[in-house]
Design a protein around this ligand. Structure first.
Ligand code: RAM
Length: 919
């Protein structure tokens, strides 16, 4: 008995050891976590002839990097996994590259779907398994792939209300289908339906682009929507950005004055044949429930005018007439590169308010962008009106004056059913509060929910400190981004504006790229910038250009054409993208050169340091005005510098040489025109010193005194910020660079106006356009320009991630292939935890400080490295993972400028401690 039991335990023990061994070996193997094609997971509509693959590797073993990879591609997932009949196999390629690896097989076919996998070998001699099967679908690569013709409504339009137009067609399917893909776009915004079901979960398609040059189409798999027998396809088309009210002053028809639809379903049959159901004169057109639809003004939806079944088979509509053919080019059609706008979150109201004026108001507790979905129950013909507002006024009443001409109103005419679900289709609102009219019964808040809409960018970053006010600031920055990243980066989402202001986008870019994956979002918008660039190289103030050709060329706005491409390259490391954008960068610099005299850019209109500090009561008597041409000269130099950087990366040595010579002249002209012999700038403002220092305008020997003057200037305003849009993104960065981080923290932590935290103390849930959008007494800044959801001043987020927790790129190994992690901790913050998900994986930098000392946790993802710069201590008294840094395996050095100890680390997780005595 005993013997048998011992034997049994021995076997069990052996089994356990074997299991542990297998597990240990398994653990030591690297894994592929995520695989991207063109920066997206299984994208559709890929137009690149050599799509780029990226993959993220994980391994519990420290210092893991890739030594080789193998990619395989097939048209069939099961063949792919079997490794048979491959379209392409890279074979084993000895390379560290795991990001943006180009496809190298035979030409890819229009509209075709491909499946792919990758596996890697690491520096510990281990190989990963093949990654899970991922796919991509090609776009329509040739014009002749379009069988569809543009169609337009065949009826006389109501030219005042311009109701949403509906298009439809029945068609038969009589054979077995393998697949069916819908390719579709519109002049206007569309929603598509097959057999009554909405296709996809994207909103505001086809998105907003520079329509004349680039009109996006979408492609959707509709195989499962089809049935044997009669089928129907339908689409509703609204004004949207294309011909709706856009830009202020009741401007409309900016891109065209007729709505239209272009769509085709490509049906692939089991017998190998293909058929297209495409828009042509056999389609019919009509109208329905959506009687009015405008982005700024909202919609009127009359459920009684709904034509039930209009998008289902067999519908015979009253008043429907044949569609007409439109004559438009197909040459501007492009597939969609960025993520679509989708519903992201649902928010419940937190309060029902009766205002002093007697208004019935719901508070959602968050200034957000999207719309409200309502469950209603009323009588036939009842009209429910929903108004939207960001704030209540000082008396607690509903305030919409800052929306200017935008009516931001939904009107629903009820059918009188027991429950009607009300929601908009082609409009959005920026709001925290709604005012309700026309509801008979007592309001039940559970019948209302706010739907948050924005471009579907993956969340990549987190920043959290030990101070609730700073955490709310970070929350507000993130919500500013959500609310303004709707296919294009807009300035604001609520008033009669909502435009792609180039200046705002460039100042916020780095912050945005911490919070979310904005690779595709900005790559797409850069295509619009290039498309809208004027012949003389000038860049419009807003892109897509809704203002016209006379509105272009401002310093700090047009420089989006150099600043965004260079920074995109820094954070995502895509050299091909930089190459594509290089001509635009160069044309912009050449534009500036063409406007300059004696190397000085001192002509033309400029916004300058937009919305800088202007005291109302003038106690200390100084508005912080900066000479606009001084600013322009700084941006001339900066753009030239970024062009040189790009030329160097792309191996364009002749350009690099020529523009370096130009840069010298631009800086010399700056010093001659705007700097006194002792280094004082003609504008005694924070922004002047910040830009001159950030862009290295001054000779070395004048820099420190300029930084001291900046400090003096800040202190002369009782230590507060006076910068506008252009100085704000850099002020703390410059202070840190010149050893004045303590002052940077003072600015960040200040709670009184003007400061980043002032709006937070006033209950803000987003970033405001003005430092004093709402004053301490509850009154407002000028109603003509006072948005409560404007991300530009949120650019401080970059400093929080990049300096407070210290996560930065290395220009020589961009895309975080090698990160530089150099935090600037401060006791007042208590702690700061940041993480950033890059194409290599998650970088973490989290520190905390108390009486005992300093503790810092760092994570470095596989196949990347980091240079850690220690904020305190000497190598001998810094502990890293329990070992003295002096004895730690890793390349140790001293940082050139600051003399701080540094160490080079491979992937892994590290805990660094310094006791307070050693700090
Ligand atoms: C306003 C907005 C926008 C800014 C322009 C110059 O319309 O504040 O953000 O870029 O002006």
């Amino acid at each position: 008995m005993v013997k048998a039991a011992v034997k049994k335990y021995r076997i069990l023990a052996l089994l356990l050891i074997a299991l542990l061994l297998v597990k240990a070996v398994g653990i030591a193997q690297p894994r592929i976590n995520t695989a991207w094609c063109e920066g997206k997971v299984s994208p559709v509509g890929v137009a690149a002839d050599r799509p780029k693959f990226s993959w993220e590797i994980s391994s519990p073993v420290f210092n893991t990097s890739q030594t080789a990879y193998e990619i395989r591609v097939s048209k069939d997932p099961s063949r792919l996994v079997a490794g048979k009949k491959l379209v392409w196999s890279s074979g084993k390629v000895e390379s560290q590259q795991s990001v943006h690896v180009p496809y190298g097989g035979p030409a890819l076919q229009s509209g075709e779907t491909y499946f792919w996998q990758v596996r890697i070998w690491d520096n510990h001699g281990k190989r990963s398994s093949w990654s899970p099967v991922a796919s991509w679908q090609m776009a329509l690569l040739r014009n002749e792939d379009w069988k569809a013709k543009w169609i337009e409504a065949g009826f006389e339009e109501d030219t005042v209300n311009r109701p949403v137009q509906y298009f439809r067609k029945d068609f038969a399917i009589n054979r077995k289908i393998i697949s069916a893909v819908l390719f579709i776009t519109a002049h206007g915004m569309y929603e598509a339906f097959v057999n009554g079901k909405r296709v996809g979960n994207d909103y505001f398609t086809p998105g907003w682009t520079s329509y004349a040059h680039r009109l996006q189409y979408q492609q959707y798999d509709v195989t499962k929507f089809l049935q044997n027998g009669v089928n129907a396809i339908g689409a509703s088309v609204a004004n949207g950005w294309y011909r709706g009210y856009l830009a202020w002053e009741n401007n409309k028809n900016v891109f065209g004055n007729k709505l239209g639809l272009l769509a085709q379903i490509q049906v692939n049959y089991a017998d190998g044949t293909r058929e297209w159901i495409a828009t042509d004169e056999s389609w019919s057109s009509g109208t329905g429930a959506i009687r009015y639809s405008e982005l700024y003004h909202g919609e009127t939806i009359d459920a009684n005018q709904e034509q039930a079944g209009w998008n289902q088979p067999g519908f015979q509509g009253r008043d429907w007439v044949k569609a007409r053919l439109g004559s438009h080019t197909l040459t501007n059609l492009v597939p969609t590169f960025n993520e679509a706008i989708r519903q992201q979150e649902v928010i419940k109201p937190i309060k029902l308010i009766q205002t002093p004026k007697g208004e019935v108001v719901l508070d959602f507790g968050q200034n957000l962008v999207g719309w409200v979905r309502i469950k209603a129950n009323g009588r036939k013909g009842d009209t429910i009106k929903v108004y939207h507002a960001e704030v209540l006024d000082r008396n607690g009443n509903f305030y919409t004056t800052n929306l200017r001409l935008a009516k931001a109103r939904m009107q629903y005419v009820l059918q009188g059913k027991e429950e009607e679900l009300l929601q908009p289709h082609f409009t959005f609102f920026g709001f925290r509060y709604i005012k309700l009219e026309g509801i008979r019964e007592a309001i039940d808040t559970s019948d209302f929910e706010a739907i948050v809409l924005h471009s579907d960018m993956a969340k990549t970053g987190e920043f959290q400190s030990g101070l609730p006010l700073i955490n709310q600031l970070q929350h507000n920055i993130q919500w500013g981004q959500k609310g303004n990243f709707l296919d294009v980066p807009t300035d604001c989402p609520q008033r009669d504006e909502r435009l792609g202001w180039t200046g705002d986008a460039q100042v916020f870019f780095r912050t945005a790229a911490f919070n979310r994956n904005v690779y595709s979002f900005f790559a797409k918008w850069m295509d619009d910038l290039a498309a809208d660039q004027l012949k003389d190289g000038s860049i419009p103030y807003v892109v897509p250009n809704a203002l016209g050709t006379g509105f272009a060329g401002s310093a700090g706005w047009g420089d989006a054409a150099t600043i965004i491409p260079w920074n995109l390259y820094q954070v995502y490391g895509d050299k091909q993208l930089l190459q594509k954008q290089y001509p635009m960068m160069k044309k912009w610099v050449e534009f500036i050169r063409s406007k300059s005299k004696d190397d000085l850019w001192n002509s033309g209109f400029h916004f300058g340091d937009w919305l800088f500090y202007r005291p109302d009561d003038d106690n200390d008597g100084r508005a912080a005005l900066t000479d606009k041409y001084l600013i322009a000269q700084c941006f001339y130099a900066h753009s030239t510098q970024l062009l040189i950087n790009a030329a160097n990366v792309l191996g364009l040595s002749e350009d690099a040489r020529q523009y370096s010579a130009l840069l010298e002249k631009v800086k010399a002209a700056f010093n001659k025109e705007y700097v006194t012999a002792s280094g004082r700038l003609v504008s005694s403002s924070q922004t002047a010193y910040v830009l001159a220092l950030e862009f290295d305008m001054l000779p070395e020997h004048l820099r420190m005194q300029a930084a001291d003057r900046l400090e003096e200037n800040i202190k002369s305003y009782s230590t507060h910020i006076t910068t506008g849009f252009l100085g704000t993104p850099y002020i703390c960065k410059v202070l840190t660079r010149f050893g004045k981080t303590d002052l940077a923290y003072q600015l960040l932590l200040r709670e009184k106006y003007p400061s980043w935290l002032y709006p937070v103390t006033q209950g803000a849930t987003t970033i405001w356009e003005r430092w004093d959008g709402q004053k301490p007494d509850g009154s407002f800044q000028t109603e003509s320009m006072n948005s409560f959801n404007h991300y530009a001043y949120g650019a401080i987020g970059d400093w929080m991630y990049r300096f407070s927790t210290g996560i930065d790129t290395d220009p020589n190994a961009p895309g975080y292939k090698r990160a530089i992690i150099a935090p600037f901790p401060d006791k007042r913050l208590k702690k700061a935890n940041a993480s950033l998900h890059t194409f290599y994986g998650r970088i973490v930098s989290s520190w905390e400080m108390d009486e005992k000392g300093f503790k810092w946790i760092v994570e470095v993802p596989c196949n990347s490295s980091a240079k850690l710069i220690m904020p305190f201590g000497k190598a001998g008294n810094i502990m890293i993972n329990g070992v003295s840094l002096a004895g730690f395996p890793g390349k140790l050095s001293l940082e050139e400028v600051s003399g701080k100890p540094c160490v080079e680390l491979g992937s892994g997780s590290y805990t660094i401690t310094v006791s307070s005595a050693e700090m």
